[in-house]
Design a protein around this ligand. Structure first.
Ligand SMILES: Nc1ncnc2c1ncn2[C@@H]1O[C@H](COP(=O)(O)OP(=O)(O)O)[C@@H](O)[C@H]1O
Ligand SMILES: Nc1ccn([C@@H]2O[C@H](COP(=O)(O)OP(=O)(O)O)[C@@H](O)[C@H]2O)c(=O)n1
Ligand SMILES: [Mg+2]
Length: 240
């Protein structure tokens, strides 16, 4: 019952959230049973609840390391849904949300947006998808991001990818990215590289110590890099 309980469960620790999941599963079915003898079917347009947590991959790496590019290839080959934390935040800006101006300012400055905002956007996107496997790109970018995800969602990622790319290469790629992004300039890029070293590297080390990290040498052509990525997901497909 991952999907139904998230609003309430986001307010409590994961042990209690798990109890709530079980209670809602029990009572939800009882209430339904009292009003209907039909076979349980999701209402039209509603997404049925998940029976088990989705398969989550966190995709990490510095700005311009090629996370988005490789995610597109993983989607095409392995059928994942790609959720870029940066894209979700940019959508929030263009949807004129009340937090839009603040998010825009943080992105221009290369700073990390408050974690609960980003986690809720990710959580909402997972909940509104029927897929059971996700790439969460550009997240977690700080220990606070990571801990907030664990507190709100109550799950650990299954896999963490790290695209390891030299700074000069990342700078070159970002400055020629040409997607009209407010942060693709040398001043913001310098700040983003500092944030990457001070806040993101500790998260990468954390997952390395947990044995969940797959480090990819992110230089060479896109296809050469994907040759390192492919066997990781192929192995998980076999295990399913
Ligand atoms: N292997 C590569 N070699 C050269 N350029 C690349 C490579 N992979 C991606 N790019 C380009 O570099 C830029 C940054 O890639 P992107 O996937 O947006 O990185 P990230 O999401 O990590 O910031 C894009 O313009 C992309 O087309
Ligand atoms: N977890 C995240 C991800 C992105 N962001 C913000 O969004 C910006 C762009 O992130 P992005 O993932 O689209 O950037 P790239 O690594 O793709 O260049 C970051 O520099 C942050 O300002 C954030 O605050 N928290
Ligand atoms: Mg990106």
């Amino acid at each position: 019952m991952w999907r139904r309980t998230t609003l309430l469960s986001s307010l409590m620790p994961s042990s209690k959230a798990s109890l709530l999941h079980q209670m809602q599963a029990a009572y939800g079915l009882k209430i339904w049973g009292a009003f209907s003898t039909e076979v349980l079917k999701p209402a039209k347009g509603r997404i049925p609840p998940r029976e088990k947590p989705p398969f989550i991959t966190f995709v990490l790496g510095g700005p311009g390391s090629g996370k988005g590019t490789q995610c597109a290839k993983i989607v095409e080959t392995f059928g994942f849904t790609h959720l870029s934390a940066g894209d979700l935040l940019r959508k929030e800006i263009s949807s004129n949300s009340e937090n839009g101006a603040m998010i825009l300012n943080m992105i221009k400055e290369g700073k990390i947006v408050p974690s609960d905002m980003t986690v809720k956007l990710i959580q909402r996107a997972i909940e509104s998808s029927e897929n059971d496997k996700f790439l969460i790109d550009g997240f977690p970018r700080s220990e606070e991001n990571r801990q907030t995800y664990e507190r709100i969602v109550g799950e650990e990622p299954n896999v963490v990818l790290f695209f390891d790319c030299p700074e000069e290469e990342m700078v070159k790629r970002v400055l020629s990215r040409n997607q009209g992004r407010v942060d693709d300039n040398i001043d913001t890029m310098r700040k983003r590289l500092e944030v990457f070293t001070s806040l993101n590297l500790p998260v990468i080390n954390y997952y390395s110590e947990k044995g969940k990290l797959y480090k990819i040498r992110a230089v060479g052509t896109e296809d050469e890099i994907f040759e390192q990525v492919h066997p990781i997901f192929a192995a998980f497909e076999v295990l399913k």
